[in-house]
Write a protein that binds this ligand. Sequence first.
Ligand code: BGC
Length: 808
Amino acid sequence: MRFGHFDDPAREYVITTPETPHPWINYLGTEDFFGLISHTAGGYSFYRDARLRRLTRYRYNNIPTDVGGRYFYLNDGGDVWSPTWAPVKAPLDRFECRHGLGYTAITGEHRGVLAEALYLVPRGADAEVHRLRLRNQSGKPRLLRVFSFVEFNLWDAFDDQTNYQRNLSLGEVEVEGSAIYHVTGYRERRDHYAVYAVNAPIAGFDTDRDAFFGPYRGWGEPQAVTEGRAGNSRVSGWAPIASHQVDVHLAPGEEADLVFVLGYCENPPEHKWEGPGVVEKAPARDLLARFASSAQVDAALADLQSYWDDLLSRYTARSGDSRVDRMVNTWNQYQCLVTFNLSRSASYFESGIGRGMGFRDSCQDLLGVVHLVPERARERILDLAATQFPDGSAYHQYQPLTKRGNHEVGSGFNDDPLWLIEATGAYVRETGDLSILGEVVPFDNDSGNTGPLFEHLRRSFHHVLGNLGPHGLPLIGRADWNDCLNLNCFSTEPNEPFQTTQNRAGRTAESVFIAGLLVHCAPDYAALARAAGFPGEAQAVAEHAARMAATVLSHGWDGEWFLRAYDFFGGKVGSRECAEGQIFVEPQGFCVMAGIGVEDGQAEQALDAVGARLGTAHGIVLHQPAFTRYHLELGEITSYPPGYKENGAVFCHTNPWVMIAECRLGRGEQAFDYWRRIAPAFREEISELHRLEPYVYSQMIAGRDAPREGEAKNSWLTGAAAWNWVAISQHILGIRPEWEGLRVAPCLPALLEDVEVVRRCRGATYRITIENRSRGGSPRLTVDGHAREGSVVPYAPPGAVVAVRAEM
Ligand code: BGC
């Protein structure tokens, strides 16, 4: 069952009922100002940091789930309704929400009035623009009393939800014409304020929440709205809001637009005031002048669309299957950029007050956007490297506003350093920019202790090599990719977090996954070393990698698949000898991606075991059998009921590793089949079961051991976005930037017979036609009409257009 449909030419998902199984959201903003917006206009906005610069208030885990947002109320002669359905929830004759790239348009029709609310964050502006378009479709004149509504957050979102003895006495606003200014905290250390304004004369306003709603009333029935008259209330302490009343007269057939702007402004400390106690409003006036007319909003929307046209023209595919094309051309790339921007900070499952930027998360998110925003990927790599410790280990997270490592979480996640190599390799292969290797970057943000980026990578690699356990495999530390496999934790205390609690000192718990990751990174690291002028290091890396691969086969092979780890006592994790958790997906995917066991058949055996034991209709689950009780020696992974999260759910981040591994063995049918099981556009038909947005990946889908198998959770901000992009674009469709050129090595299922890909890389354009007649095998390449050996097309100069034909 579906709750809408894709509009591919418009690059929109169109939701046709307000009653989706869960709020289906979108993101506004690509630079500094961001908004989360649900299909009924719920959500919130922030500037740069979802915790410290939150503009509007949002209450998570509410009843119903999604209340609070940028709302409009219409009072039409006593008949009160909302164009976005919420919060009034009066029945609509038609409802439609169009989530597009960086904007959302919600239309409601009610008794002859059509109202469309368009929401966007224009490029180059620290503001959300809300345009309300009203049309009288009836035969008689109408007077619509329009009420806008946002509720201000007192900036620090954590404080805002906890420190009421202070907060409830802080709130302050100023009103000037049709602009309402939120100036709480400005009298002391803040140099920033918010403004919510409309481009029309107002009949009244409210800034005091309690006055606007009236005592004991809820979201759907504010007193100002039901009485049709704003109270011109001025808040003092308690809860500041901004609501305008605009009275709109419409003749039959007439249309009117109102443009509202919710903006963030800063003043230099010496220019904070324009008069005694009066906030300097010059930046706000400039901002409002930029969006004072509907034509300016149209121009901002067109500008946003051309931004996305340009970005998405870097990789486009025509495969003959619209579900493949909409994931590849639009939604997967869009999700990759949102995830890169926000890491794991703010979504409908991440509260914006929890995690900073994850080290491994950001490195992997970057794999999905190096082709889109290479200059920002470069900056991110350098920021991440600056949080690395001198010994090569890394802070697990850093804060976006300060770019400093997060002490609360600390370090000790032993896979972290290697992801920096993975990210840098991807960046240099995409761009050819070797200058990044010489950039001087501090260790732990200490300007007195610096080194070129390549030195950071060298210490990353050697940190892992320098921390091997009794079998010669890398020590796991607090955890590896699987944050919940805590082999040194031994927590018996419910009040302590698994990931930050004091671990037992021990040098026995080892990770086969990190071993696979090391071998996988080695070719890129060796190439980087050569490029940085260290041929000896490059040579040594090849030897280290070969030794590690051999160690995996001698101590990390369980007979039919790769082991997961050795625990604190040296016992096997992920072995047929275990009663629960006999086989884990992570080492199967990564070891085969790294090429371990490809020659002697172990790779094929491991992937067959994955298919037989972990494959389900809804994707590949993390391990089997799921853990049915808490295992002290394994940690958080066993804290979840079977089938959820790290305890045996389909963790969508890991599935593409298996897809890539399948492609490594040339098994395109199987790779594509795994992708189809989790790709949102393919799950659209079962939206009543999947429940979350059918246009973006979720972190997990409940596994076969869960009562709610097939139900997704935690959409949007997940490493699943980047890795699924890598799997489908670089391995299944098979177009991948390498050191020597662009590799064209598709590994396709029979379903995709003729595929065209246009790929822009290093300034040149490659028009690639794939004829998949023999259903597999290696392609025969023709480049600009000439046959070419192998599967690599040399890089062409900027501006060149190269025609590539690949016959399978
Ligand atoms: C974290 C990742 C981690 C994954 C698996 C996610 O929530 O952000 O860093 O790899 O869970 O535990």
